[in-house]
Design a protein. Structure first.
Length: 509
């Protein structure tokens, strides 16, 4: 079976879904567990490679942007690309975000040949999604994905010749590839030339599967995905909605329509995207989330709150619309089987909690998403970095992965983090200022501190914990040292030394 693979550079896919990331050629790296996972063309041209340590990569390109690996984000950004491909050809199988395959026969017959089909797909993705794609065609799906890396069309019957010159590392089995290289087998052609029986005896079942791939055989059957059903509901108004009461009435009708559509499929949703467009082309869009399942009434409330806040913004001196609302669209997200949402230990969330949630989202509807914030844990070294504020109801996504090692980070965080660190002097028993060397050695035991007008004795201390960030860039280098001090007034504080000066960063209560 002739297979056609479409590959899009990983950063191109991410850039399609991030604000202000239109330039896919900027030096950017996607990072996972301190290793570079994907590289933009600009960063790759400067020597950055997949698998590099982040510090090594930033040593080569200090101004390179670093984006944390997020499979959920990649999947959301990849979905419009797959939908654009499905508008030209059916039977698309998604291998991973950034790569999909399909049978070449259909699009080749429709567009006048495999090469013409590949050009049409590339042009269509550039026009519709703004991403740069590469298309590869070969006799097997695995070979087609390799051909897509260079945008090659392998003639029928020549797939084995194409694979023969590729290094064994493309098999995606690092341990097997390392062993083969040490045995002198560096190319797929050399590996395919080995007797199948000897390969099975020496490398086992996995080695035998790799041998079949190197020989041009692919036992993987195409499993095309089922395109998702469009469950969104939309309404257009010949007479634009100018008043809040009109918007509230329209919101209830549209919300009931949406939940009838969901109920007909046995579904419910916990998130909903509300889009409103005025007669002048102005747009207001927001994703609303709920800790339970959204009912028709709850959906109507959120539509009304969003439109109320938007329509009355100009009267309050804000940037409101200049015309009435001409179109409304509701798109459900977070779909679950109706009745499949697990209640709390003692039943539902409770009336008090529901009232608090309704009040929070009501304020957001009037004043904007940033009006009500909630704290979520995040990765980082300092206490101010390890907690970030996000709008109420948004996904609790940390700014940085929490599971990273974070050398120099604190395990015991202060209960109170000061918005602005307060200057303090730390002295030893002889009255000399306490310092920390470049090797993280403290000059002397802290004896007392001068905090404002108070002189407080130090009864216990721990540290220092050094932080050496962005050491490769003189303009952004950040060197800190933190200590925990117990004072004679009963308080325990976290102090940080930066630029030769101490400051209280947090208080333990």
């Amino acid at each position: 079976m002739r297979a056609l693979a479409v590959g899009v550079h990983s950063w191109s896919v991410i850039a399609a879904g991030l604000d202000g990331a239109a330039d896919v050629y900027a030096p950017v790296a996607v990072v996972h567990l301190h290793r570079v996972r994907a590289v933009s063309p600009a960063a790759q041209a400067l020597g950055v490679r997949r698998g590099q340590k982040v510090r090594d990569a930033q040593g080569l390109v200090p101004h390179m942007g670093v984006v944390a690996h997020d499979p959920g984000r990649d999947g959301r950004c990849w979905e419009p690309v797959v939908a654009a491909i499905e508008s030209l050809a059916a039977g698309v199988e998604v291998v991973r975000p950034g790569l999909c395959v399909l049978a070449a026969r259909g699009p080749a017959g429709w567009h006048g040949g495999e090469e013409a089909a590949g050009h049409r797909i590339v042009e269509h993705l550039a026009e519709v999604c703004g991403v740069e794609a590469m298309v590869g065609v070969a006799d097997s799906m695995w070979a087609a994905t390799l051909a897509a890396r260079d945008g090659r069309l392998i003639p029928a019957g020549r797939t084995r010749d194409f694979l023969a010159d590729l290094p064994v590392g493309v098999l995606g089995r690092p341990e097997l590839a390392d062993l083969l290289v040490r045995l002198g087998v560096e190319r797929l052609g050399q590996f395919a030339a080995l007797p199948a029986g000897d390969v099975a005896a020496r490398f086992g079942v996995d080695g035998m599967l790799a041998h079949r791939l190197a020989s041009g055989y692919d036992d993987h059957l195409l499993a095309p995905r089922t395109p998702p059903v469009d469950l969104a509901v939309e309404a257009a108004y010949d007479d634009p909605l100018e008043r809040v009461d009109q918007a509230a009435f329209a919101a209830r009708i549209l919300a009931e329509r949406l939940h009838q559509v969901l109920a007909g499929r046995g579904l419910a949703c916990s998130r909903i995207r509300i889009e409103a467009v005025t007669a002048a082309g102005e747009e207001a869009e927001r994703m609303w989330r709920h800790d339970g399942l959204l009912s028709a009434q709850a959906t109507a409330d959120r539509v009304r709150w969003q439109l109320d806040g938007w329509l009355t913004a100009r009267a309050r001196g804000g940037a409101g619309p200049t015309a009435g609302i001409a179109r409304l669209r509701l798109t459900p997200d977070g779909l679950v089987t109706s009745g499949g949402h697990q209640a709390g230990l003692w039943g539902e969330a409770g009336e008090g909690r529901d009232r608090a949630n309704r009040a929070a989202v009501r304020l957001q509807g009037l004043l904007g998403p940033e009006a009500v914030l909630t704290a979520v844990p995040s990765g980082g070294r300092g206490p101010a970095e390890q907690t970030v504020l996000i709008p109420w109801g948004d996904e609790p996504t940390p700014a940085q992965p929490v599971e990273r090692p974070w050398p120099g980070g604190l395990r015991m965080q202060p209960s109170l983090v000061l918005p602005v660190p307060e200057p303090v002097e730390v002295h030893d028993a002889d009255g000399r200022p306490v310092t920390v060397s470049g090797r993280a050695r403290i000059s002397a035991r802290p004896a007392f501190v001068v905090w404002g007008r108070a002189r407080l004795q130090v009864t216990g201390w721990a540290g220092p914990w050094p932080e050496d960030g962005f050491w490769w860039d003189p303009d952004t280098v950040r060197r800190h040292a933190r200590c925990q001090l117990v004072l004679d007034d009963g308080r325990a504080v976290l102090v940080v030394l930066s630029g030769g000066a101490w400051a209280v960063e947090g208080i333990y209560e």
